[in-house]
Ligand binder design. Sequence first.
Ligand code: NAG
Ligand code: NAG
Ligand code: NAG
Ligand code: NAG
Ligand code: NAG
Length: 370
Amino acid sequence: MEGCVVLQVRDDVRLAMLEKRRYGVAVPTLPLLVAMLTVAVCLPLWRLSTCPGAAPDAALVAPAYLLLMPGNATSLPSPYPLHKLPPLDPHHLIDLRHFAFRFNNFPCNETASPLLLVLVHSAPDNIGKRRAIRETWGGRRDALRLLFLLGEVDGADQQLRLERENLVHRDMVQGSFRDSYRNMTYKHVMALKWAAYFCPGARYLLKTDDDVFVNSPALLEFLSQDLSPWGARRLILCVPFHAATVKRSYRSKWRVSPSEYPGRVYPTYCAGWAILYSPDVAFLLYSEAQRDRYFWIDDVHVTGTLAAKANLTQTDLGSLVLSYEQVRALEAGGNASDVGHFLFGAPNLELASIHRLWEAVEGRASIPPS
Ligand SMILES: *[C@@H]1O[C@H](CO)[C@@H](O)[C@H](O)[C@H]1NC(C)=O
Ligand SMILES: *[C@@H]1O[C@H](CO)[C@@H](O)[C@H](O)[C@H]1NC(C)=O
Ligand SMILES: *[C@@H]1O[C@H](CO)[C@@H](O)[C@H](O)[C@H]1NC(C)=O
Ligand SMILES: *[C@@H]1O[C@H](CO)[C@@H](O)[C@H](O)[C@H]1NC(C)=O
Ligand SMILES: *[C@@H]1O[C@H](CO)[C@@H](O)[C@H](O)[C@H]1NC(C)=O
């Protein structure tokens, strides 16, 4: 699955994007599609919104998402029709009936429409990871708003430390559920809730984790130039997994019992460490999650099960993700000419990697254009 990821230079992606648009207009005949599929088995390109396999045919014919243009950016209804939610919705989080934000911040109140809202799943103890992100890719810039999402901690000391950290940085949100592995779906749905209630103007939403490198300058450029500065609809951009088998072995960290999930395979879902949503998708998935039964593997549940219920299709980030080998190559003194051609580093990065990747990106940024 991860083997699908290859590095291409940015111009190839642009070309592929153009091809995708062309195919969106002139629908290729079925034989041609089949031929394209055979060639592209493990080399997902933009024009193929999904790898072949579990995907319904319809998803391959038309692009899965729509880009907004000046003509319809303002005429469309709000992507977050909060009035459609039940009156008690603010106090509910899936099956939790007394949900509240223990502490909250409102970075979107001053600027109505940031290009990108980044919501980072973070564990309470990961103070160093949060610091590294603030010092590197998550540093303040106009087009981007960033928040760390946390659950509740057991000790009063630990709570006090979190509150102090938040007083200094004003970039943390704590929900009233225990911060634990099996509660990760609460965190993900809290992210969608937060966006809907407190940042409805953001054009795009990124859900990521605190051990990921986001090439934020390249991402902002990609969103406004390769996608659209006015935003998009029905967009889920990520690294999708197709037909993943449900783990039943007791040795697996991801073991799921048949009563938790009866099926044998999961629907196509996104790797949870970098998911770009358009705002309408965030709302669809949120309102679906509020009605649905809790399932603890958050990426499967939100981007797989709920997305399928809402008839949404995942689009593959493909070559815009660095592999570990590429991360190591960049770290080892780097091939500066490759920097800028990716949006995300691999997950589970060390702090030092995040800093070195940022230096590589910054170094690149300071080279004057020739
Ligand atoms: C906005 O307009 C563009 C160009 O006319 C069109 O392709 C797109 O589908 C429209 N988007 C929506 C959400 O209606
Ligand atoms: C998840 O959070 C709820 C609400 O705080 C709590 O009752 C429950 O024990 C937590 N579950 C786990 C596995 O930590
Ligand atoms: C920001 O706006 C939200 C509603 O959009 C409101 O609930 C909140 O109190 C505001 N916060 C501040 C500090 O202005
Ligand atoms: C999804 O598509 C199916 C089949 O076309 C349709 O019956 C269903 O109502 C759609 N669901 C949503 C949420 O749009
Ligand atoms: C960078 O990569 C290009 C093409 O992959 C290669 O030709 C070049 O030698 C590399 N430069 C360095 C400094 O490694």
